[in-house]
Design a binder for this molecule. Sequence first.
Ligand code: WTA
Length: 639
Amino acid sequence: MKDSGKISSFLKTGEVYFPPEDIVKNLRINEEVYEEGKRIEEFWGKISEELVWFRKWDRVLEWNPPYSKWFVNGKLNASYNCLDRHLDARGNKTALIWEGEPGDRVTYTYGELYREVCRFSNVLKDLGIKKGDRITLYLPMIPQLPVAMLACARIGAIHSVVFAGFSPRALRERINDAESRILITADGGFRRGRIIPLKENADEALEDAPSIEHVIVVERTGKRWNRYERDLTWDEVIEKQDTECEAEIMDSEDELFILYTSGTTGKPKGVVHRTGGYMVGVHITAKWIFDLRDDDIYWCTADIGWITGHSYIVYGPLSNGATVVMYEGAPDHPARDRFWEIIERYGVTVFYTAPTAIRSFMKWGDEWVKKHDLSILRILGTVGEPINPRAWEWYHRVVGGERCPIMDTWWQTETGMILISPLPFTPLKPGSATKPFPGIEADVLDEDGNPCKPGEGGYLVIKTPWPAMLKTLFRDDERYIKTYWERFPGVYLTGDAAKKDEDGYFWILGRSDDVINVSGHRIGTMEVESALVSHPAVAEAAVVGKAHEIKGQAIVSFIILKEGFDPDENLKELLKAHVRAEIGGIAVPDEIYFVSSLPKTRSGKIMRRILRAIESGKEIGDTSTLEDEKSVKEILGKK
Ligand code: WTA
């Protein structure tokens, strides 16, 4: 890559943007970190010293592919690292600034957050919760969510957060898989002026979830709710608790949490993260990529129900002692400048959001942003899907005032931490997540496992272990091996397609498997198909993704009805409602086509490739393995 000479300001040099000098010169790191990252054990060992350990580890890494042990025999506690360690220097510093959608506001200092977490830890202990027990959290974006997570971590319970947009059935499936003893939920949460009926959903889920002993309900909305014998309210159980609770001494390898994510089969995968490696990984990526400092006000707009919220709202920023902004609701409520209003009000300096949101803001128009003074912003971030260069440039110019470098961060639920991303000194190319983080070795491989040439698309893989890598899939080692480690033995398969350019910059092209990415949410096509075929009218269903201007991808489904059902609009609506009930709003198909046959191979496998090609108006390609061409003609006829 050609450097224009001096790294001066955000001047455009071909496709390359150079970060502003005032940011680069004040950074605590420089290019040398890449060199240091080549000696993996030494590198991560040194970084681990940034955390507080009750006992130092004996060895940084034991790698028996595909199983790793990080910081062997080290002892620590994640909650201690997010709270206790800050009490002396930052006890009165604001840890959390929370804003509800209706406009209510609460802040917690580190001291207050510590005491609240201790009190809730004591609640869990009183209910008999012990190290290793699982607890499911089904909560809106309210402070009780991070409090409950940190309380679990404090006593060694394993949390499983389920996104509040999931349906009762999806919640039930996740509770039963984890065999959780407690469910923590709320009477509801606010979204676009409406109340999401979380307690009602929870009650429905619990009709068949025998492991749950108690439900703790946060009273958020003031709405009435049905109280059963198993129900307790947050306020009544926390009230009399002591504000001290000693943090459990956890082994570095002890599980910290489970987070379910979609894969290529109908059943969600319980990604397991462990204490030591995960904390080291999220701590240092949050610190270096966002250059977090004591006077930063940091806001990540993700929902804590997803990995981004776990790693970059809760564990990463709090272990750094940052001030974290958390917002409950929609970006366009009550008006389309809600985010900009929040940035201005609290003086947000580091802002991390998703391309799908950026594209909506672009569509709503610059005037909403311009109404507010955002000049205090210094670093921007994006995550969740590839960001198209046009959206990148808009984000850079309109939101960042051409001052703020954009950290396009690539990672996954499984990777726990950001793996491919610029650092604030990295020259940027809009649309590229740039380079692997120090200590990470990524590559793009062809079908045979050979590295692709520059510019050639292939499978994105990670070739060496990293500290926040998933430990396994909950109670499913076999699936863990099969999903990630079998395609190229000893190498982690991400499921994404990518290419590398001459400068070694990575360009993510999207998923290479049967997972689609709708508004940054991972949805398995098989999951949606299973939901559809569970409806009495549906004989067969095939689901594919299609490019969508705002959402990145939209969900398109092709359905063969059973005998006796009419393919009309009404049935389409019923099927959409059915998917909403089975999985949740995020999985509802945007388009439904009724067909009489589907393109299949002679062995009966649905050829999604053909459906995808039809949807995107591309060449259909080789159809020699197709059983008969009738279905393709029929589908083309409907377009
Ligand atoms: C996609 C979210 C391009 C990718 C943290 C990955 C991205 C999936 C980026 C993981 C990015 C995430 N550029 N694509 N910067 N970040 N992805 O598990 O397909 O919800 O495999 O984790 O999102 O989604 P997940």
